[in-house]
Design a protein around this ligand. Structure first.
Ligand SMILES: C[S@@+](CC[C@H](N)C(=O)[O-])C[C@H]1O[C@@H](n2cnc3c(N)ncnc32)[C@H](O)[C@@H]1O
Length: 268
């Protein structure tokens, strides 16, 4: 499949602009569970200069500041930057693209991306930028979702679409959503960007859903690629998908395993 990076970027950008104000009520209850291990993997400690890339509402930057670090957050969505500024007024949040950032070389001790890599048109370019921005010995760390057989929220939704709808509807093609869930691919990509001392681990997260309807609701109203996949289904199929997702969530007792893959490396 041929990826047009600027079309994919535009599709993601429009999506994030629209859902920024709803994000905290949706996926954030799970993505925030990764923040402590992410900062640990990047060895963020008091006094460290930290860049939180694809920062969304700014959770990782805020947690870094709580450790005594000096943090800046960047996101390409102006709506997300506004969310972050409103939530954490003492922290600097800027608009910026993970693939081309306006900072000088060797500015940071740590660069972190919490669930950002899987949304980028050219993730290799973001790793190259992280490398450029880190001082020698500085660390990058990123999280992504584990594969849908383990990150059950995605497994439920994709199985329901496969059974009652069509997984091959046309949405702007981007890099595979679960590309970096593969340990070897994460290692290979970090190594290709020049990073050494690479480690890939897993974070066992749990999504406690307030109701059986929440999973469909968050995917439909609070995500970008999965929302587009759902919105492209025919009305009858979408209703069957919604009911199948609801039933599966009930079978899991509204409590879904949503592990993350955490990859980290050091600038040479
Ligand atoms: C799943 S959210 C993660 C937000 C936050 N880091 C968290 O921990 O929950 C993905 C974020 O990536 C941002 N994003 C996507 N592509 C980007 C890009 N090319 N440059 C900067 N930010 C980007 C989106 O605007 C969104 O805020």
């Amino acid at each position: 499949m041929i990826i047009d990076p600027s079309a994919f970027r535009q599709f993601e950008h429009k999506g994030w602009q629209e859902i920024a104000s709803r994000y905290d009520r949706g996926f954030a209850s799970v993505t925030t569970q990764s923040v402590t291990p992410l900062l640990d993997a990047a060895r963020v400690a008091k006094g460290a200069r930290v860049l939180d890339v694809a920062c969304g509402p700014g959770y990782a930057a805020a947690a870094a500041v709580a450790r005594g670090a000096i943090a800046t957050g960047v996101d390409f969505s102006s709506e997300m930057v506004e969310e972050a500024r409103g939530r954490y007024p003492g922290i600097e949040f800027l608009e910026g693209d993970a693939e081309q950032l306006a900072f000088s070389n060797s500015t940071f001790d740590a660069v972190v991306l919490n669930f950002g890599m899987l949304h980028l048109a050219r993730p290799e370019q973001a790793l190259a930028e992280a490398y450029r921005l880190l001082r020698p010995g500085g660390r990058v760390a990123f999280t992504v979702w584990d594969t849908p057989d383990k990150a059950i929220g995605f497994g439920i939704v994709l199985s329901a679409i496969q059974k009652y709808g069509d997984l091959n509807v046309v949405i702007p093609p981007g890099p595979p959503f679960f590309r970096f869930s593969d340990d070897e691919e994460s290692r290979r990509s970090l190594s290709a960007a020049g990073f050494v001392n690479i480690a890939v681990t897993r974070i066992p997260q749990i999504w406690h859903l307030p109701s059986p309807e929440t999973l469909f609701d968050v995917m439909y109203n609070g995500s970008v690629r999965n929302a587009a996949l759902l919105r492209a289904q025919k009305p009858d199929a979408l209703e069957a998908i919604r009911l199948a997702i609801r039933q599966a969530v009930i079978e899991y007792g509204n409590t879904l395993p949503m592990p993350a893959v955490l990859a980290a490396g050091e600038r040479h």
